[in-house]
Write a protein that binds this ligand. Sequence first.
Ligand code: NAI
Length: 334
Amino acid sequence: MATTVTVTGAGGQIGYALLFRIASGAMLGPDEPLRLRLLEIPQGMRAAEGAALELQDCAFPLLADIEVTDDPRVGFDGCQVGMLVGARPRGPGMERADLLAANAGIFGPQGAAIAASAASDVRVVVVGNPANTNALIAAASAAPDVPADRFTALTRLDHDRAIGQLAATLEVGAGEIDGVAIWGNHSATQFPDVSHATAAGRPVLALLAERHSGAEAAERWLDDEFVPRVARRGAEIIEVRGSSSVASAANAAIAHVRDERAGTTGRWVSAAVVSHGEYGVPDGIVCSYPVTSDGSGYRVVEGLDLDARARARFDASVAELVAEREAVQRLGVV
Ligand code: NAI
């Protein structure tokens, strides 16, 4: 039986970087046939249809079927893996409240369509920004038919960016780094935390102290260079490339779904999941944590020590998430 994967915003840039890798088997594995449902709005239909033509021309052996639609009920029919990429970007002069309202108009109806027509084992990752709060809105709109913890938001790109920065600084392979965590919101307030990280089995903090002649200098480097660079990497990419992060975002979305389904074999990744109060985050907020999966969904890594500096940064990011939830509560959507 083919697995049904729904990609929204399939006619956009990330969609174009995502679809071919999904169809090649990079996300579900080499033994799992799949059916793609591409959901767009009317203005994006031609671009999505064009991508579908190219997918056909790739003759991917695993790709059983492709459907392109602008009807969410059709797009989510039988959906088992939902990748919600399409979102309303911030327009000129748009306030955050307006942005949240515009996206509530997208993710509310999509959550309702998921409840109405997706498969009973559906899992959803929200990529479109503001990703955490869009996931909260979709989960609230799919309740009570779909359990809230089936909805996650993408912070894997931030996680992988943090690993990339550490690997370059410590001159080790990215695959040798474990224990990185992204806490909070997928926004500039996020806290990329390396205090539990190891590189080739050695504590990253000790390795940084060696490189920066002492623990204090290492901490300054983390505060003044590492954290801002990871949190603002999207802007850096736009400045250098002249266009937003697309291939790396698509890669992170694929890794998020792949690792949630296949399991992380004890390694940590980061994902925004519905809080059940872990680390004092209010219930129901979609918050990024270090997580693992045994193949049945992401679970928060619990019991970690957060020092005062880490706690203050995490709390600031959670405060932003709480403010976003209050803004959408005022709109009456959650
Ligand atoms: P894009 O503008 O190229 O594509 C977005 C597509 O979504 C367009 O084709 C548009 O027609 C479609 N769309 C809009 N509303 C829709 C709806 N209601 N249903 C279905 N499709 C709809 O944007 P791009 O570069 O592909 O980025 C997509 C989103 O991903 C943006 O919100 C961006 O901010 C976000 N993003 C998130 C990252 C993360 O780490 N969470 C990283 C990078 C981007």
